[in-house]
Ligand binder design. Structure first.
Ligand code: SF4
Ligand code: SF4
Length: 163
């Protein structure tokens, strides 16, 4: 298994090819694409351990919905307003995001200190096992430069398509 930083580095040098692959995938049937992503997702996450990575928590962070704020606030015994004031800001799309990265809840061993109540976006990231992958292919393309698992998924899909 290649090192995670190396995987991302390789992906950065292959931007054009991955863009091209995404354009090809956009022409495929949604159900077929879901199956291809889901199978490859399972395979890749058998190889990759998020606890050895945490790049999403270190460099990006999630969007926080009002339900996330209420749930995490209650867990930390903070009122939603207090939680928002302390940890969040509003971004250019008017979404609540982390004030800063790495995420304040990331521990030094890459575990999440609010794991049981973490934002839905963290639970779902990198979204490669959800339905209707064709709707988020451009987002998945962007995630290939953040998440080594997504980068590997594209690498394996590319190989499968060229068999
Ligand atoms: S989801 Fe991707 S970026 Fe986040 S920790 Fe796992 S492998 Fe790393
Ligand atoms: S809340 Fe937890 S899982 Fe989400 S970005 Fe922060 S440390 Fe990572």
């Amino acid at each position: 298994m290649q090192q995670y930083a190396e995987i991302l580095e390789k992906t950065r040098s292959r931007k054009k090819e991955i863009r091209k692959l995404c354009n090809v995938l956009k022409t495929k049937k949604p159900g077929w694409m879901d199956e291809l992503f889901h199978q490859t997702h399972e395979h890749v996450f058998d190889e990759i351990d998020c606890l050895n990575c945490a790049n999403c928590c270190k460099t990006t962070g999630p969007l926080f919905t009002s339900k996330d704020v209420e749930r995490i606030g209650a867990y930390l015994k903070m009122k939603p307003g207090e939680f928002t004031e302390k940890f969040l800001r509003i971004d250019e799309d008017q979404d609540y995001v982390l004030k800063q990265v790495p995420c304040a809840f990331l521990l030094s061993d890459n575990r999440c200190s609010i794991y049981e109540v973490r934002p839905k976006a963290c639970r779902d990231y990198p979204h490669t096992n959800r339905r209707d992958m064709h709707e988020i292919i451009d987002l998945t393309y962007k995630n290939a430069f953040i998440c080594p698992a997504v980068a590997r998924i594209f690498e394996l899909i590319e190989k499968k398509l060229h068999k």
